[in-house]
Design a binder for this molecule. Sequence first.
Ligand code: BJW
Ligand code: ZN
Length: 270
Amino acid sequence: MDVLPRLATGSDLHAAAELLAGAETLLILTGSGMSRESGLPTFRGPEGLWRGVKPEDVASIDAFRRDPKWVWEWYRERILAHRNVEPNPGHRAVARLQKQFGRSTLATQNVDVLHERAGSKGVLHLHGQLNFVRCMSCTRRLPLEPVLLETLPPPCPACAGILRPDVVWFGEALPEGPFQEAVAAAHACDVALVVGTSNLVYPAAMLPQFAKQEGAAVIEVNPESTPLTPDADVALAGTAADVLPTLERLVADLRRTRRRGGARPGFANA
Ligand code: BJW
Ligand code: ZN
């Protein structure tokens, strides 16, 4: 029997828009699916970044210590790919949605800067950023200049150490400030909007759970089911670039209508 694709229905979208329009405080959590329609692959799955490699061979400090040149070659490919991509309509819809809220927090597991380039401010990078490097010896953090990729592993300009990508690998702590801010936002939000993540990696996957425990509504945007889907108040089965612009417009329309005194569009003079 063919499996029919799950697609967000109009009533799901309206239910999600109602929840967002009635909320004051928003948490948005994004993962690699958010940038898929910009041309960046996700991690897991047959076309993911990790096809053909063991995650622990590229995303752990042990792997880096064992063979820094190999790990760097893998990251250099990704860094070069990141230079040629643009934010997609989903990133831009997130930035517009945030502007509708007095208080909103955007926490991303992504190491790209596409949210910032789409206009989002104060993005919390839970797993670091690919456009920064960090010295293994003196711990200096510096912007990744193209010249640094000429020799792999790149030498630290300030000491005899080697530089590593400034990302969070398995077994490493998340940057404390951004993570604590995200946890606080999860506890305080009225709605958590979770986009393009498999919700498999902790502690980021705890954030929607914290929000739910505090009584917030959880809206998920993902073409596939995840461990979060059964607990989501609304699961919008679709892609970020398809679903988010429509959702953002619906929320803006609802808010505008409510400001005008509750008449629904098309019924104002009825
Ligand atoms: C679309 C789409 C479209 C497709 N639109 N959607 C509790 C329980 C169990 C394990 C643990 C636990 N706590 C900690 C752990 C261990 C570990 C962990 O979580 N392991 C699990 C895998 C089992 N966590 C850690 O080790 C973390 N550190 C830690 O806990 O430290 C403790 C500590 C404290 C104090 C001192 C010292 C230590 C660190 C986790 C770091 C994760 N790092 C990576 C690599 C970053 C660098 C890099 O980019 O290379 O982060 S792993 C990788 O997974 C990356 C991602 O950010 C992360 C999440 O992946 P994501 O984004 O969800 O991608 P996918 O591929 O999984 O999913 C994509 C989704 O998009 C899919 O659902 C698609 O359907 C969807 N999609 N197209 C919308 N167009
Ligand atoms: Zn150094």
